[in-house]
Design a protein. Structure first.
Length: 446
């Protein structure tokens, strides 16, 4: 087994060492324990039954396919060489106990036993044996995803993509899409099979032709496990093509667990980014972000830029397998206060909903909006006039009767007319009485 100092920083711990002497070889055989002649290396002490192995191989196959890797047996062969496809400690009880995993019924994942006593809590985690030092260091680098089968496989896909790009045995591969395409063309004994095994032995295991004393044995081990795993399950088992699948990358909208508050009628633009994990290319106008819960429901959050009430957006560009597409759209808050939740999924118009093939599930992508109960303009300052009748909401007009209204008629009906006050009316009466008195005195003096 390679010492940690010699492993690439991004590499998994590729084997368990069963004896100190084997570890000292630096490039010891991949056996979990010393194997009897002809016994499959890596599965000598695995406790998986044939049915369990088939189920585990299916999990690897499906998780790889969700990332666009159609030849899942390439990864299953590696997992078989590393741990006999065992992921949980209960399947390989002579090894160390790693952190707990839901996929192990809450029990520990299998952990490597070749890096010292189990009490040190260091060594590779899970069936692909990812190792950055201690368990905590590995989880900090790889994330908790490596504790479950799908996540461990997902991390393995990331690694094999990177190693194929780097490989001196694989020409003309410069990016993830090209690496996936190359691996999808590997078949038993075709012209890519030997470069694949060379790449695994060199970059996954760290055993090079000129720097590893047991290179030939290690090469033969990986080759045998790939062949045997493929043959054990059968060609039909590994044949899979998922045209439409996506994995979540990012979104600008707040996650559903976080506050996302809008005033009634307010809008906010944002996006959801997804990776093309299927075999088919996404195209604008055909690859759409549709409403779910139920499917095609008219969304209360539909914005003015939606193609329809059940289609939030189309993909922003042509997106080949392995690349990321963006779906940009606006959500508009309804006028009635409350919580509004909308689920989404991708749909290839005229072909399939992604959840019917490679996922994600219909109830995973979500935008949830809380529409605030915003006070109306007419409500402002209402406390200054206790007991007054409330005006119509939003009217902004005082509708209470005025003291100068006469029998319900407005004497200042004409625009710009000046409304007489009660004080002015009284002054007019007084002046009239005074004028009448003056007139009478004049008559008496004649």
């Amino acid at each position: 087994m390679l010492s940690r100092a010699l492993r690439p920083l991004t590499a998994p711990v590729l084997v368990f060492a069963a004896a100190f002497a084997a570890a000292m070889l630096g490039c010891a055989d991949t056996a979990l324990v010393p194997a009897a002649p002809g016994e499959p290396i890596g599965s000598a002490r695995s406790m998986l039954s044939a049915a369990q192995r088939r189920a585990r191989a299916g999990q690897i196959r499906d998780a790889a396919a969700a990332r666009g890797l159609e030849q899942g047996w390439l990864l299953a062969g590696i997992a078989d060489a590393e741990t006999g496809m065992s992921h949980c400690w209960s399947e390989l009880t002579w090894a160390c106990m790693g952190p707990a995993s839901d996929d192990c019924g809450g029990g520990p994942v299998v952990a490597g036993a070749g890096d010292g006593p189990c009490s040190l809590m260091q060594g590779g985690l899970g069936m692909f044996q990812f190792d950055a030092g201690t368990y905590d260091q590995t989880l900090a680098r790889e994330g908790v995803r490596v504790l479950n089968v799908a996540g461990n496989t997902d991390a393995a896909v990331d690694f094999v993509i990177a190693m194929v790009i780097r490989s001196v045995y694989v020409p003309g591969v410069d990016n993830a899409a090209q690496a996936l395409a190359w691996m999808n063309g590997v078949r038993i004994d075709n012209d890519r099979f030997m470069p694949w095994i060379q790449t695994v032995t060199h970059y996954y295991n760290g055993c090079t032709p000129t720097g590893c004393s047991v290179y030939d044995a290690r090469f033969a081990s990986y080759s045998r496990h790939a062949r045997d795993t493929y043959a054990e399950m059968g060609a039909d088992f590994w044949t899979t093509r998922i045209d439409y699948a996506a994995t979540f990358v990012a979104q600008s909208f707040p996650y559903a667990s976080l506050p996302f508050e809008l005033a009634p009628g307010a809008s906010q633009a944002g996006y959801i980014e997804l990776r093309n994990a299927g075999a088919a290319t996404w195209t604008p106008g055909m690859t759409m972000l549709g409403t779910t819960g139920p499917r095609d429901v008219a969304s209360p959050l539909a914005g003015p830029d939606w193609p329809s009430a059940s289609r939030a957006a189309t993909v922003d560009r042509v997106v080949p397998p392995g690349e990321v597409g963006r779906f940009s759209f606006t959500v508009r808050a309804p006028l009635t206060p409350g919580d509004y939740s909308q689920f989404f999924n991708l749909v290839q118009e005229g072909a399939a909903w992604f959840s019917d093939q490679g996922g994600p599930p219909d109830m995973q992508l979500q935008v949830r909006v809380t529409v605030l109960d915003v006070p109306s303009v007419g409500d402002a300052g209402a406390g200054d006039d206790a007991g007054a009748a409330a005006p119509d909401a939003g009217a902004g007009i005082d509708a209470r009767p005025r003291p100068d209204d006469v029998d319900g008629c407005d004497v200042a009906a004409r625009a710009g007319a000046r409304r007489p006050t009660s004080q002015g009316w009284l002054a007019g009466v007084v002046l009239g009485v005074f004028a009448l008195g003056v007139s009478r005195r004049r008559r008496r003096s004649r």
